[in-house]
Ligand binder design. Structure first.
Ligand code: ZN
Length: 282
C-alpha cells in the first residue's frame, strides 16, 4: 500500500505517537544547524522568515515534547518552542541516512542525526520564543483531549448542546475546532463504531445514540493512539501506524466487516466521507 507523502495529515493518534517518539528520540539533543526550505510552498506557514529559525534554534537543547490537538511541540531552553501542525510532517533520520531532496525545514543535531519537515497540502512549521498567539494553537493547547479523563459525558453533552441542531455528525465532530485534532480522518471509524451516518443531523439522535457516540469517540481514539496511529499515516520514523482503519481510501468498495454491505465514499463538506449504508443508515 502506498500513501503519497503529500496527503498525510496529523490528527490526535498521530500527534500523540509522534510526540512520544520525539520525546524518546530527541530529548537532550542539541541543534547545530538549520536549513531553510529547498523550495517555495504556497501553503507552508512559518513564523516570520524561516531563515531566521537558525539563529533562534542553534545551540538549543530539546527538553521535552508535547502532542496536543493537531500540533506536535518540541520545547527548548529559554522558553523556545518548535511546533508543526496538520499537513506538516516531521521525519527523523540517523546520521548515516541521506537527507531527502526536498523539505521545508531540516534541523541537524549534535550527534549528526536530523529531522526533516515537509508539508502536504497545507501546514505550519513554527519556531518562536514565549507565547504563540495563533488562535488554533492556543485553542488546541487549552482544549481537553478526548483521550483525557476530563473529557467526560458531561463535557461532551455540553459540546453537543452548544452546536446548532441542524448540524450534521461530520460538521459536529470535525469542524469549528470543537475537538482539536479530530479531523476528516479519524472521524470515519468513530462514526462507524457509533453506527451514525456522517450526514445525520444532531436533532435526529437520541440519548442512546449520544452515549454510543461518546463511547466510540473515547475508545476508537484510544485504540488508534495505543497502536501508534492509523495505518494510513506515518510516524516519526516514516513507518505506518498499527491501527487498521475500518473506513478509509484503502477499504472503500470492500465489504463491511460487520454486515457485508459495500463501503461507500462520497464527497461531503469539503472532503470525502466513508460509511457503511447498512450499519450507518441516514
Ligand atoms: Zn455494515
Amino acid at each position: 500500500m502506498l500513501v503519497p507523502l503529500n496527503k498525510l495529515m496529523l490528527e490526535i493518534p498521530e500527534v500523540k505517537t509522534i510526540s512520544k517518539q520525539a520525546g524518546n528520540t530527541l530529548t537532550g539533543k542539541k541543534i547545530v544547524e538549520v536549513f531553510p526550505p529547498t523550495h517555495k510552498h504556497k501553503f507552508a506557514f512559518f513564523k516570520g522568515d524561516p531563515s531566521g529559525y537558525g539563529p533562534l534554534l542553534i545551540g538549543k537543547k530539546i527538553k521535552s515534547t508535547l502532542g496536543h490537538g493537531m500540533f506536535v511541540d518540541l520545547y527548548f531552553d529559554e522558553d523556545i518552542t518548535f511546533t508543526i501542525s496538520e499537513g506538516a510532517n516531521m521525519r527523523y533520520y540517523n546520521s548515516s541516512e541521506p537527507p531527502p531532496e526536498k523539505y521545508q525545514l531540516l534541523i541537524v543535531f549534535d550527534d549528526g542525526s536530523f529531522i526533516a519537515c515537509t508539508v502536504a497540502m497545507y501546514g505550519g512549521i513554527w519556531a518562536f520564543k514565549g507565547i504563540f498567539d495563533n488562535p488554533y494553537y492556543q485553542g488546541s493547547l487549552n482544549s481537553i483531549s478526548p483521550l483525557d479523563d476530563h473529557f467526560d459525558e458531561s463535557y461532551f453533552e455540553n459540546l453537543l448542546s452548544n452546536a446548532t441542531k441542524n448540524v450534521s455528525m461530520k460538521a459536529l465532530m470535525a469542524t469549528k475546532q470543537r475537538i482539536p485534532g479530530l479531523g476528516n480522518g479519524v472521524l470515519h471509524d468513530i462514526l462507524y463504531n457509533a453506527k451514525l451516518n456522517p450526514r445525520r443531523k444532531i436533532s435526529t439522535i437520541n440519548d442512546s445514540n449520544k452515549s454510543e457516540l461518546f463511547q466510540s469517540l473515547k475508545t476508537t481514539l484510544k485504540k488508534m493512539t495505543d497502536m501508534g496511529g492509523r495505518n494510513t499515516e506515518r510516524d516519526l520514523f516514516g513507518n505506518f501506524g498499527g491501527y487498521e482503519s475500518i473506513l478509509s481510501k484503502n477499504t472503500f468498495k470492500d465489504p463491511c466487516p460487520a454486515c457485508g454491505d459495500t463501503i461507500i465514499k462520497e464527497a461531503y463538506l469539503g472532503g470525502a466521507v466513508y460509511y457503511c449504508p447498512g450499519c450507518q443508515p441516514l
